[in-house]
Design a protein around this ligand. Structure first.
Ligand code: SF4
Length: 445
């Protein structure tokens, strides 16, 4: 096979090619006001509102991606929508275009809550009521400006969208007792458990905790806070708070069933079609085809009830459909570069943008992923193969069977502990190692 010359940014050994540029530091966050420079220009990250995008707004985003960017859109691992390939001028034009649509997006402190939870249908629901209070308080006190750019909170009532594997600086998780557990740092299973408290004190406790974290050091995160200090801060504002004995999270991965996955899903009285752009990337044309297909499934009145959500695990969720409509839309998506079957092997590969989309990449991550699938990779979604164009590892999953990381000399293959177990000058030389990993059911715990 002679694919390496295509998969590498430049032949190893150098040909005068300037090579990849150093990655932007971890922790930087590309907003509308501060786009991030990448290999194909500037990248802007947008967070759709929890009500989701109407078909008209989603169509406007496609048009902006084509007109001002390079026509490529991504859904990030945290469920944000990214527009790629902007210039300095076109990023400013995009910002002007987004301005009248600001209500369709969120721009404040990152507070994630399940937009699909049918038990939490409106802004007065369980998690959303707490989120609303946090956002109001954060806005009033200028909290976001005092926190690290990537500081995030998760308010998780156990709905269909699984937030358990995402890290959060502060996490509120609904317990069976209808009280809220509060954790700092890590994922749901690895965060430090501070204790639990009543729903009406959860928002103020989270805000006070964030304000205290902001005073530790510049850009401090939840992981930087001492658990006892955090418990003291919460006790001052939340009389219902019961401190935990020890820091261990009471949650385990098996405690929660992932419900929102690729396929059709009933949400209350309607159906949703859930799909995933291959490796998180889609063209504006493909997304537009999907929007037009969704619009054609119903009349204009009902089309206004259809919403598009982007959620963690790089899922695109179209809600407000009939059962027939959801199946039809999944069929349309499968004909494009979307994943519409849960057992699609591409879901067992975690990829960053790689070359040529990212200037820091040493190889074409999507090209290697396609090569692995074409050679029969089945993979294992609980332990995906992680392909990273450089050591920054933007798309690093919570755990992986193997990390393939681009270097100046080719690629390093690392285990979970970070030990280099193999090095290759050509990315495609990793095939025997990757294809020899436990596959599908065989590899599941
Ligand atoms: S990990 Fe991938 S996307 Fe991130 S900076 Fe490196 S090459 Fe670019």
């Amino acid at each position: 096979m002679n694919a390496s010359a295509d998969l590498m940014t430049a032949p190893v050994g150098g040909t005068g090619h300037p090579g990849p540029v150093p990655a932007v530091r971890r922790g930087a966050c590309p907003s509308l006001d501060q786009p991030m420079r990448t290999g194909d220009g500037l990248l802007v990250r947008l967070t759709p509102s929890r009500r989701g995008l109407t078909l008209a707004t989603a169509q406007a985003v496609c048009e902006m991606a084509r007109r001002h960017g390079n026509g490529l859109l991504e859904i990030s691992t945290r469920g944000n929508l990214q527009i790629r390939g902007l210039s300095d001028d076109s990023a400013a034009q995009l910002s002007d275009k987004i301005d009248p649509l600001r209500d369709h997006f969120r721009f404040g402190l990152t507070v994630d809550a399940d937009p699909l939870d049918p038990r939490d249908p409106n802004e007065n629901g369980r998690a959303k009521a707490i989120v609303g209070r946090i956002e109001h308080e954060a806005e009033k006190t200028g909290l976001k400006q005092r926190l690290a750019p990537k500081f995030s909170m998760i308010v998780d009532a156990g709905g269909p969208v699984d937030y358990s594997g995402l890290k959060a600086d502060i996490r509120l998780r609904l317990l069976e007792t209808q009280r809220w557990a509060i954790l700092i740092g890590g994922t749901e299973a690895t965060g430090r458990h501070l204790g639990d408290l009543a729903a009406d004190e959860a928002a103020i406790a989270a805000c006070v905790l964030a304000a205290v974290i902001a005073t530790i050091v510049p850009n401090a995160r939840g992981r930087d806070m001492q658990a006892d200090q955090a418990r003291d801060a919460i006790s001052c504002v939340a009389p219902s708070f019961v401190p935990a004995v020890g820091d261990a999270s009471p949650f385990r991965p098996a405690d929660r069933q992932t419900v929102a996955d690729v396929g059709a899903l009933r949400l209350g009285g309607t159906m949703a079609a859930i799909l995933s752009p291959a490796y998180g990337t889609m063209t504006a044309d493909d997304l537009q085809s999907l929007i037009e297909a969704a619009a054609s499934l119903t009349d204009a009145t009902n089309a206004s009830r259809i919403r598009i959500h982007t959620v963690p695990d790089r899922l695109l969720v179209v809600t407000g459909l009939s059962a027939h409509g959801a199946e039809a839309l999944l069929g349309t998506a499968a004909a494009k570069r979307f994943i519409a079957q849960p057992d699609d092997p591409r879901r067992a590969i975690a990829c960053c943008a790689g070359h040529p989309a990212c200037a820091s990449a040493y190889f074409d991550t999507h090209g290697l992923a396609d090569l692995l699938v074409s050679h029969g990779l089945l993979g294992n979604r609980e332990q995906p193969v992680h392909l990273s164009g450089c050591k920054k590892q933007c798309a690093r999953p919570a755990s992986a069977a193997l990390h393939v990381v681009g270097t100046t000399a080719g690629v390093d293959c690392l285990d979970e502990a970070g030990t280099v177990i193999a090095q290759y000058t050509r990315p495609d030389d990793t095939l025997p190692l990757v294809l020899g990993l436990p596959q599908s059911e065989e590899g599941r715990p």
